[in-house]
Design a protein around this ligand. Structure first.
Ligand SMILES: C[S@@+](CC[C@H](N)C(=O)[O-])C[C@H]1O[C@@H](n2cnc3c(N)ncnc32)[C@H](O)[C@@H]1O
Length: 358
């Protein structure tokens, strides 16, 4: 099986390079309005944003930043198929503008924006991030009432385009082979995610500087979402591509991907990561299978039995729907130089084989 991956330098407020209804899934994380690291970027998109911040009008800046994101949401509405899912990782911002402290509820504003574009909101995920600072409490210490709760969570907002789910031909292999294990379903579809980095952290690329500069999310976030909301053969789009974590996750999960990113430098850095993709994808799939076997052992120790056997692996599974699960790994990856797109676009072709362990 082959997958294709295409990323271009561009402004996602206009995704003219992407055809209508050409992605089945969007997985992305925009720059968060009112988080200071993105002030300059938003001001470049609309100078009135810088002026509002200068004038101490936080609410006007917040609205104007979201007006820029709204233009990207319009494009997503166009390029996503009916029944396709959009997954948006977004956090709220706390900030003092003009000496007045408050929270800017990005998640609520994004939810409204999608709903008004005809997307149906689905139950969302609260991503609880590990607390990392002893001095995290804000306000006046132990004296009421002027201290503030610390924000240690972000959201993964989930939307379906249109009122109807996607339909597949009965018994579609590409859907059943993309099944996830029962115990993965129980973890992934819970509404609070903690210790997200635990599962794949040791397998990730170590480039903390790049991660900080780009506000990259851990691979586990897009990987899970891609496994949860797409089948083999589908295309995943990230309009705020950053360091390309979504594309890496799509490669590991055996899906096609599309990305668009303002900063050309991020695309160049991505090439450095390519050589490691086959071993990363092997490790990711292998870790899932090993984790499943540990689950099987634990469940047997508890005296519980299994009714089904997997078709492609020497392991039992809990439900009938998991039987045909077939994990994949990238066996080779090449940059495609077909002259299309020029310097501002990169295309890759990945070959995948079913993961075999024996
Ligand atoms: C929060 S970061 C995404 C990080 C990414 N998820 C990762 O793991 O690396 C947001 C990215 O969106 C890009 N960006 C912001 N506005 C954009 C626009 N209008 N079009 C394309 N990219 C944009 C920024 O340059 C930044 O790299």
């Amino acid at each position: 099986m082959e997958t294709t991956h295409r990323v271009f330098v561009g402004d996602s407020r206009d995704l003219a390079a992407i055809d209508d209804e050409s992605a089945e899934l969007v997985v992305t994380s925009p720059p968060y309005p009112m988080i200071e690291m993105w002030d300059d970027l938003f001001t470049e998109l609309d100078p009135a944003i810088g002026e509002a911040l200068e004038a101490g009008d936080g609410r006007a800046a917040f609205d104007a930043m979201h007006a820029q994101l709204d233009r990207v949401w319009d494009e997503l509405e166009r390029v996503l198929v009916d029944g396709g899912i959009a997954c948006l990782n977004v956090g709220d911002a706390t900030r003092s503008v003009d000496d007045s402290f408050r929270v800017y509820a990005n998640h609520a504003r994004v939810l409204e924006a999608f709903e008004s574009r005809g997307f149906d909101p689905l139950p969302d995920i609260l991503w609880r991030k590990p607390a990392n600072s002893a001095a995290k409490f804000m306000g006046s210490g132990m004296i009421p009432p002027n201290a503030y709760v610390t924000l240690e969570h972000e959201y993964v907002l989930l939307f379906r385009k249109g009122g109807e789910s996607r339909s597949f031909e009965p018994g579609a292999d590409r859907r059943y082979e993309a099944a996830y294990f029962w115990e993965e379903r129980n973890r992934w579809f819970s509404d609070v995610w903690t210790e997200v980095r635990g599962e794949l952290q040791t397998l990730e690329f170590a480039d903390d500087d790049l991660r900080d500069r780009s506000a990259a999310y851990p691979l586990e976030i897009p990987y899970r979402l891609i496994c949860m909301y797409s089948a083999y053969g589908d295309t995943v789009l990230d309009p705020f591509w950053g360091t390309g974590t979504t594309t890496l996750a799509a490669m590991c999960a055996g899906r096609n991907s599309l990305g668009s990113e303002l900063e050309a430098a991020f695309l160049e850095r991505f090439d450095d990561r390519l050589a490691d993709v086959p071993s990363l994808s092997h490790s990711v799939s292998r870790a899932r299978l090993e984790r499943h076997r540990e689950f099987v052992a634990r469940r047997r120790e508890e005296g519980k039995s299994f009714e089904y056997d997997a078709t492609h692996y020497e392991t039992p599974v809990v439900t009938k729907m998991e039987r045909d699960i077939q994990l994949r790994e990238v066996t080779s990856l090449e940059a495609v130089n077909d002259g299309l797109g020029g310097d501002s676009e990169r295309r890759y072709r990945a070959s995948h084989e079913p993961l075999t362990l024996e």
